[in-house]
Design a protein around this ligand. Structure first.
Ligand code: S3P
Length: 172
């Protein structure tokens, strides 16, 4: 079983991903962490030294690599589905789940988060909300190619998500 969690920064991919991987007794891979370990460089350093283009290329190769792993939950970076044919790669190799909380929830989480995110560094709450809404207009068409879409939930129940994935698998 290979599950990809998709969605905007702050949607909770890593938190819920770890929980469902534990319950399913399989591994969780955070794609950003995988990239950092694979290339011995932090995400902010890759953006600073190689630009977003350099990051997206590394993200793409890393996505291919983790798509060879069996029995894994992959938490992808917020932009991963929106470059190259990454969404198709994920849909061909596993179950994609788009987690889509409301913008307000995303902004609150991002303002509290300690993770350094080069695309939103230094933004106020108002700037962040405008930035997220604008980004979602462009990104939603990619995210919405996911096999499962979960909207508007704040604290998503891991067992509920597993049930949805299992139901989807039995239909597929
Ligand atoms: C990005 C999201 C980040 C990380 C990078 C770019 C994006 O991942 O990949 O900073 O383009 O939305 P998270 O969604 O895990 O924060």
């Amino acid at each position: 079983m290979r599950i990809y969690l998709i969605g905007y920064m702050g949607c909770g991919k890593s938190t819920i991903g770890r929980k469902i991987a534990d319950l399913l007794k399989i591994s969780f891979v955070d794609l950003d962490k995988y990239i950092e370990e694979r290339y011995f460089k932090s995400v902010p350093a890759i953006f600073a030294e190689e630009g977003e283009k350099g990051f997206r290329e590394k993200e793409r190769s890393s996505l291919f690599e983790v798509s060879q792993f069996e029995d894994v939950v992959v938490g992808t970076g917020g932009g991963a589905p929106c470059f190259f044919d990454n969404m198709q790669v994920m849909n061909n190799n596993g179950i994609t789940v788009y987690i889509a909380p409301d913008t307000d929830i995303l902004a609150t989480r991002l303002l509290k988060s300690k993770t350094e995110r080069p695309l939103i560094v230094g933004k106020s709450r108002e700037e962040l909300i405008a930035f997220i809404n604008d980004a979602l207009l462009k990104r939603a068409p990619f995210y919405e190619k996911s096999k499962i879409i979960i909207r508007g939930e704040n604290n998503l129940d891991p067992q509920h998500l597993i049930d949805m994935i299992c139901q989807f698998e039995s239909k597929d």
